[in-house]
Design a protein around this ligand. Structure first.
Ligand code: ADP
Length: 502
């Protein structure tokens, strides 16, 4: 048993080699409800390098047998995970909403993404196609196989506590790897419940291990220590670059999914109400705490005034409140650090001479006093090079930038060292296709908001957003497996490529 519920508070444990265990240090940290920090949601083990070493030993040992289980049999377990996630969707969603402040409807979506992933990768277990191809030599056969990589460390953020771990763990498992999962410190209860489900689905001992703790201690150990073959990281660009540097030094494969400064363009010919719905959902959904959140709105001069007036009116109508309350549109930020960070960026906006149309400060009163609430905020008159237009704020803040042409809109959208998601609202088919070609981002939406990824399509970004990998869909198999090229020579004699056939 992992996490006993005492009242509403869960006592989470690590899960290593099929056993639920405390940290060697016996110390614990707290997870509190960001909508009301008086509520203690969970305590979890404050693990360190010693616990990581135990998990590495378990994962290494389990790898020897797990890699030999057939991919369809591994996929059967992943399918069972999908069934259990489905059965416990509401329980997970409620817990998520309490633990990290995502409004309930979105928390359900987060779990659904995990379910979709499970069923998708369960099918992949019967595909995982390689290639056969002719050899240049006679009586010789050539093919490629996907082989597992080994022990994978999964380091994840708090903003998608079920979806992101599933994106990583499920393809990793189907490919035949074993796993050490280090969730963000803000979501130990979600991570524990997810691990309970994996265990119940029949994941063999040592194949999936959970180690709670900080990035500095557990995360760092996972990148530094030998015995881990791959690190799959989602988080900030700054941490990701540190992770990559260490993995480079310690010869680990590394996939990185990092920040964004995503923009939505609204052209003069756009359906303005549609663009407005997209902007509201993209900017303020998940309280702006998505790596694909819309943080820049690039508005054509001809519609800027009308669009801004509508946006302002709708934004001021958004209801802030406890994430678990079905009436709430915008929940809290996840923790005090995030509140401080968003508040800091509003100071930066002041210094940069930006006009704050609405919001701009932490929200108080009306039952919000014990939560990390921040008013949905619109910044106007933003210059594309300002810090508020360049740096990831990760909160309910959107910057308005005016442009006078399609070309200028694309240039400003691309004026970012990030390149994750992007959107353009236009009825001009030529502009739509030019945007698909010219926007520098991993994901482009035409007449849809910057958020809304589906699990069977590649997810990831260019520039400082990633390091060339794509998660989700079949693309994730390229992260969690390696190609083995096999030649079978049935000629009975030495045949030298490039020599004997020339
Ligand atoms: P966020 O802003 O989402 O918290 P971070 O990049 O700080 O982004 O954290 C993402 C994940 O990386 C978390 O699980 C965190 O604990 C972990 N982490 C933080 N610092 C390090 C580090 N130096 N090495 C490895 N993992 C880390």
């Amino acid at each position: 048993m992992t996490s006993q519920q005492s009242g509403q508070t869960r006592t989470c444990l690590n899960y290593i080699n099929g056993n639920w265990v405390p940290a060697q240090s016996r110390e614990a940290f707290e997870s509190r409800n960001p909508s009301d920090w008086q509520e203690l949601v969970a305590t979890a083990p404050q693990s360190d390098e010693t616990d990581v070493k135990t998990a590495i030993a378990a994962a290494r040992s389990a790898y020897d047998s797990w890699r030999l289980v057939t991919a369809p049999a591994r996929a059967d377990i992943v399918h069972r995970i999908g069934e259990l996630l489905l059965a416990r969707k509401e329980e997970l969603a409620q817990l998520m909403s309490r633990e990290m402040g995502k409004v309930l409807i979105e928390a359900r979506g987060d779990v659904q993404e995990g379910i979709d992933c499970a069923f998708y990768y369960a099918g992949e277990g019967r595909r995982m196609f390689g290639h056969t191809t002719p050899s240049e030599l006679k009586n010789k056969f050539a093919m490629t196989l996907r082989v597992p990589i080994g022990v994978c460390a999964l380091i994840t953020p708090w903003n998608f506590p079920v979806a992101i771990p599933c994106w990583k763990a499920l393809p990793a498992m189907v490919c035949g790897n074993t796993i050490i999962f280090k969730p963000a410190k803000d979501v130990p209860a979600c991570a524990t419940l997810l691990t309970e489900i994996f265990a119940e689905a029949g994941v063999p001992k040592g194949v999936f291990n959970l180690v709670h703790g900080t990035g500095k201690s557990v995360g760092r150990a996972l990148t530094e220590l030998p015995g881990i073959d791959l690190v799959s990281f989602t988080g900030s660009s700054q941490t990701g670059s540190e992770v990559a540097a260490i993995c480079g030094r310690t010869y680990k494969r590394v996939s990185l999914e990092m920040g964004g400064k995503n923009a939505q363009i609204v052209m003069a010919d756009a359906d303005l109400d549609l663009a407005l719905d997209g902007a509201l959902w993209g900017a303020f959904g998940t309280t702006g705490q998505r790596c694909t959140a819309t943080s820049r709105l690039i508005l054509h001069r001809d519609i800027k005034e009308t669009f801004t007036a509508k946006l302002l009116a709708q934004t001021q109508r958004l209801r802030l409140g406890a994430a678990i309350d079905p009436q709430t549109d915008v929940g809290p930020l996840v923790n005090a650090d995030q509140l401080e960070r968003v508040t800091y960026y509003l100071e930066v906006a002041h210094q940069e001479g930006v006009k704050i149309l609405t919001g701009g400060k932490p929200a108080k009163g009306d039952g919000l006093d014990h939560g990390y609430f921040f008013e949905p905020t619109i910044l106007d008159g933003v210059d594309p090079d300002m810090r508020v237009a360049q740096e990831e704020i990760f909160g309910p803040v959107v910057a308005l930038i005016e442009v006078d042409s399609f070309e200028a809109a694309i240039a400003i959208l691309n004026n970012s060292h990030y390149g994750l998601s992007s959107a353009i609202y236009t009825q001009n088919v030529n502009h739509a296709f030019q945007a698909m070609r010219d926007i520098e981002a991993g994901i482009t939406y035409i007449n849809g908001p910057t958020i809304g990824a589906e699990v069977h399509l590649p997810f990831g970004g260019v520039k400082a957003t990633g390091n060339g990998h794509r998660e989700a869909g079949a693309a994730a198999l390229d992260i969690f497996s390696e190609w083995k090229t096999v030649y079978v020579d049935f000629s009975g004699q030495l045949q030298r490529a490039q020599i004997d056939n020339r």
